[in-house]
Every structure is written in C-alpha cells, then in structure tokens.
Design a protein around this ligand. Structure first.
Ligand code: ATP
Length: 260
C-alpha cells in the first residue's frame, strides 16, 4: 500500500504510515523480517512516550546537530529500517552537515546492501559507503564487525539510528562520539550514547536537520557550548519519567502533536 492511501485525518496516521513504509521495505528487500519486530518494539515505546518529541529530546537533537557540524569526519549509518522510513530525510541531513552515508547491517547480505544503496541513490544520495567493508569494529564477531575503513572506521562522530546494543557499545568503546536514535531509553544503545535521541526516527531526523540549518552559520564556540552543556542523563531520565506517567490522553496527545 502506498503512503497516500492512509487518510491524514486518521488518528493513528503517523503510526500507520510508519508500518506501511516498513512493510514496503520488506517487500523491496530493503528491510529484514527482523526489522518488523524492531518496528513493533519502537511503536510500543512511542505510544508510551505519547508519540511526541520531549523538550529534553529536542535539546538532544540540537546537540546532535552541533556535534555533526563540528565533526571532521561525520558518518550517518543506515540500516534496513532507516532506509525504509527516512531515505530522503537521511540524504538531506547528510547534505546539511557534510556527512557520509554508510549502509551498516546487522543481518548483512550483499543483496540487501545493494538494494539499500540503490534506494538511497534514488532519493538523491551521491556516494554510499558500506560496500567495501575493509574495516572492522573490535570486539564483535566477523560479519557484524564489518565497516568501511574510510567511513565508520575512520569517523569521529557517528549517527547510529535503531542500532543493536552490542554494536552501539563497541562503537562507543572505539572512542567515537556516538549519536543514537532509539525510542527505548533503557536500551544499551541509548545508554552508551554521547547523545541519546529517544524519539521516533520519523520526527528525529527532520528535526536534527532543522537544527543544523539553524546553526549552519553559528561560530564554533557556540556549537562547542551546546555540546558541552548537553546532559545525556537528563534525556534518559525525562524519557523514563514520561513513560512511567503513562500514555497521554487523546486530547493531550493531539495538543502535543500539533505543537511539533
Ligand atoms: P538493546 O540490545 O540495545 O536493548 P536490541 O539490540 O535488542 O537493543 P533491536 O531489537 O535491534 O535492539 O531494536 C532496535 C531498537 O530500535 C529498539 O530499541 C526500538 O525501540 C528502536 N526503534 C524501532 N523503531 C524505531 C523508530 N521508528 N524510531 C526510533 N527507534 C526505533
């Protein structure tokens, strides 16, 4: 089913749109079947968070933009769910901050790597890394350790959306500044990140890009100040508090959605 078949007036429009994009991703060979399970887990957390970007998370998205603008070799990692959900938005963010895009798969197959790289190019990407796989992340088994030596291998700042906990921890242990997007504030990925973005990737990527565009001409001292003042613990704590206080009522959730 294509996007336009879901009426925008539907109260769960965004969540249904997300599901359909993942289904299409599986049909096109971009997303793995396990990606469907990750999507379900994400949806549950998004529901508990009220399907909104918390104020502390918006600050994380601004800090992510500042990190990416300050970086010498920023890389945005793309897996099967990311490619299905936000391909054009990833290309726009890469352009806004001067980052490379690298396909990075948990269940790595040549077919899926090529399908994702083609899909990104269809959405305007130039070079897509991840196919050379001549670098390794220490501490992971062979297949899951593969990266491009001149991509994630050499990056100083890496954005890893929807990453599995093992690899997120291993990348952080390599000394890279890691920006994670994950709706679960308890996941090891979110907990090991310098910047944990506890938000749906559908909202997060356009918002990081908007912050990057806003900060494009800011002096480096201003970017460094945003980075230094950012507190990852507060993001995780605020997200947990929001979850514990339960999903918002419909009226409250609608009001929050119209604010974003
Ligand atoms: P960990 O080991 O860190 O606990 P995991 O390796 O089990 O996590 P996966 O099962 O691979 O993680 O799930 C990927 C993560 O992505 C989940 O935590 C899920 O909440 C999150 N996620 C799924 N869809 C989205 C989305 N649209 N936006 C943001 N996060 C998402």
């Amino acid at each position: 089913m294509s996007d336009i078949e879901i009426p925008e007036s539907h109260p769960r429009y965004r969540s249904l749109l997300t599901r359909h994009r993942i289904e299409e991703g599986v049909d096109k060979g971009i997303t793995s079947k396990q990606g469907l399970i990750a999507e379900g887990r994400g949806e549950a957390f998004d529901y508990l968070l009220g399907e909104r970007t918390l104020p502390a998370v918006d600050e994380a998205e601004r800090a992510a933009a500042a990190h990416l603008l300050l970086a010498e070799r920023p890389v945005l990692s793309v897996n099967g769910n990311v490619a299905a959900l936000v391909p054009g938005e990833m290309v726009e963010l890469a352009e806004a901050v001067g980052a490379d895009l690298e396909v990075n798969l948990f269940n790595r197959t040549e077919e899926r790597l090529e399908a994702i790289a083609d899909h990104l190019r269809d959405h305007g990407a130039g070079e897509v890394k991840g196919l050379t796989a001549d670098g390794r992340i220490p501490g992971l088994d062979h297949e899951r350790a593969k990266v491009d030596a001149d991509g994630i291998g050499d990056a100083d700042v890496v954005l890893v959306p929807l990453e599995d906990g093992d690899r997120a921890e291993a990348l952080a242990a390599m000394g890279k500044t890691e920006i994670v997007i994950d709706l679960n504030p308890l996941s090891r990925s979110a907990q090991s990140a310098a910047v944990p973005i506890v938000d749906n990737i559908m909202r997060a990527i356009p918002n990081v890009t908007a912050h990057a565009e806003d900060l494009r001409d800011a002096p480096r001292e201003e970017l460094a100040r945003i980075v230094a003042e950012f507190d990852p613990e507060r993001v995780l704590a605020d997200a947990e508090t929001a979850i514990r206080s339960g999903p918002m009522g419909d009226a409250e959730a609608d009001a929050a959605r119209t604010e974003d």
